[in-house]
Design a protein around this ligand. Structure first.
Ligand SMILES: [Zn+2]
Length: 118
């Protein structure tokens, strides 16, 4: 708590530049968190809202086509498994961003386009 408004401007502007940088980092952090929560709400972000696909071969390309929600870098596929959630067979791709370390899962549901189904 400053007792008075006697905090003068920083010498050389170094402090102000640092404050501006910190503010920019905070903004970026906020944007990153927003992107992460958007990604969780988007298709594939949860097992309740999987991405429908026709072939398991499409999973990896599809998962990798989405950039890291945090830093927008490209990610690596860690694993690709089948999981049963609420009695439904789902596929989950686990992705990791080598740049910022964010891990994310993308959920898929195999759409069976066999005969008899319309
Ligand atoms: Zn990242």
């Amino acid at each position: 708590m400053a007792a008075s408004g006697s905090d003068g401007p920083a010498r050389g502007g170094g402090l102000r530049a640092r404050a501006a940088r910190r503010r920019a980092e905070r903004e970026e952090e906020k944007a990153a968190r927003q992107r992460e929560s958007d990604a969780r709400r988007a298709h594939g972000g949860t097992p309740e809202l999987p991405i429908e696909i026709d072939s398991p071969a499409a999973i990896e390309a599809r998962a990798l086509s989405q950039p890291c929600p945090r830093c927008l870098g490209s990610r690596l596929l860690v694993s690709h498994d089948a999981e049963t959630v609420d009695g439904e067979r789902l596929r989950v791709a686990r992705l990791r961003c080598p740049r910022c370390g964010t891990e994310q899962r993308t959920w898929f549901r195999l759409h069976r386009s066999g005969p008899g189904l319309h």
